[in-house]
Design a protein around this ligand. Structure first.
Ligand code: KG4
Ligand code: ZN
Length: 349
């Protein structure tokens, strides 16, 4: 089964071709990602209108490149998948409408993929991870801990009540005059900083559920920065190190809570899977290894290029759904909001 996957929910215009064998293994035939980072950099974040226009301009070329690299024609496809949400609605409309046009013209099934489900299932493409597993999803727009029990079958243990972790890194970077996206910049500065210099809060630590809150941490950081302004290079590094350490401590505490909830409901998890750009952070990665080790689970970390937004994850989620006979009508609606709990449960035979 060969599926075309299209991703346009945020600031990456992406298309990929992925093959799924009958025994459920995946192979990436092509995976083209065009980042719009440069277009949004001067604004310190993604500007929805600019993103939507950039998707319109780039998507046809990105799809053509993905098809050419895989040496396939549209007729060879078994289905067309697009991220139908959640995300910036202008971009979602561009990707989903394009997928519909291809599906209609070439008489192929359409699969409207939930972007979060695509992140959640990526470990099955890269590592053939069996269900159920515990997922830590942390990106610029999402922060969640869930049990992935099957395609369309998710149990949410916690999420952020305000900012996403990546968003907190980005806002910290913006406040300190570092570039966008902020995560890599803050991590780089943190290496030469003193993590103990500023006493920042660890929001939600010790709570029984696995929820996150990050906006208070961001505010505390701003107050510390204002107290000592103007900032020297060392001040910036120390603020970054203190911030990152607070996030690391919070992630460790919240993941322990999430893994405990997993064990109570589903038994000991065999795998802890991470997804989203934040998992590229080495200090956070270390914590993931540690908490996985504590419960005797394997840490499954897909390569960074498949942790961040891409078309291969959309194609793969499309393939997993199509293999279960799950397709969508051509009038399926794009969705700005689409919680995983609302993704239809896969029919089980
Ligand atoms: O998954 P992703 O590429 O895009 C979405 O947000 O969907 O994640 C990007 C986010 C940004 O907020 C970025 O600052 C953060 O991931 N990020 C990092 C690191 N690399 C990327 N955060 C912390 N440390 C990093 N090394
Ligand atoms: Zn994403």
């Amino acid at each position: 089964m060969v599926i075309l996957g299209i991703e346009t929910t945020c600031d990456e215009t992406a298309a990929a071709l992925v093959e799924r064998t009958e025994d459920g293994h995946g192979r990436i035939l092509s995976n083209i990602v065009l980042s719009q980072v440069a277009e949004h950099a001067e604004f310190g974040g993604v500007v929805p209108e600019i993103a939507a226009r950039a998707h319109v301009e780039a998507l046809d070329h990105v799809i053509a490149k993905a098809m050419a690299e895989a040496k396939l024609s549209f007729d060879a496809l078994d289905g067309v998948a697009a991220a139908a949400g959640p995300g910036l609605i202008g971009g979602v409309i561009v990707g989903l409408t394009t997928a519909k046009a291809i599906a209609l013209t070439h008489d192929k099934p359409l699969i409207a993929v939930n972007h979060l489900e695509a992140h959640a299932l990526t470990a099955r493409l890269t590592d053939a991870t069996p269900f159920p597993y515990c997922l830590f999803l942390a990106s610029g727009g999402h922060t969640q801990i869930l049990a992935v029990r099957g395609v369309g079958d998710y149990l949410r243990f916690g999420g952020t009540v305000d900012d996403a972790i990546g968003e907190a890194f980005d806002k910290t970077a913006k406040l300190l005059g570092l570039g966008y996206p902020g995560g890599p910049q803050v991590e780089k500065e943190a290496v030469r900083g003193d993590a103990k210099r500023f006493a920042l809060p660890r929001p939600m630590a010790g709570r029984h559920n696995a929820d996150f809150s990050l906006s208070g941490l961001k505010t505390a950081l701003r107050l510390e920065a204002e107290k000592i302004a103007p900032l020297s290079d060392q001040d910036v590094a120390d603020l970054c190190a203190s911030f990152q350490q607070a996030v690391v401590d919070v992630v460790m505490d919240r993941l322990r809570a999430g893994l405990r909830m997993f064990r109570e409901r589903l038994g000991t998890p065999k795998a802890l899977v991470c997804a989203g750009g934040v998992a590229a952070n080495q200090a956070i990665r270390k914590v993931l290894h540690r908490v996985a080790f504590e419960v005797g689970a394997d840490l499954v970390a897909p390569p960074p290029a498949l942790c961040t937004d891409n078309g291969a994850m959309i194609a793969w989620a499309g393939a997993e759904r199509l293999a279960l006979g799950l397709t969508d009508p051509l009038d399926v609606a794009p969705r700005a909001r689409w919680p995983l709990s609302e993704v239809a449960k896969a029919a089980r035979s």
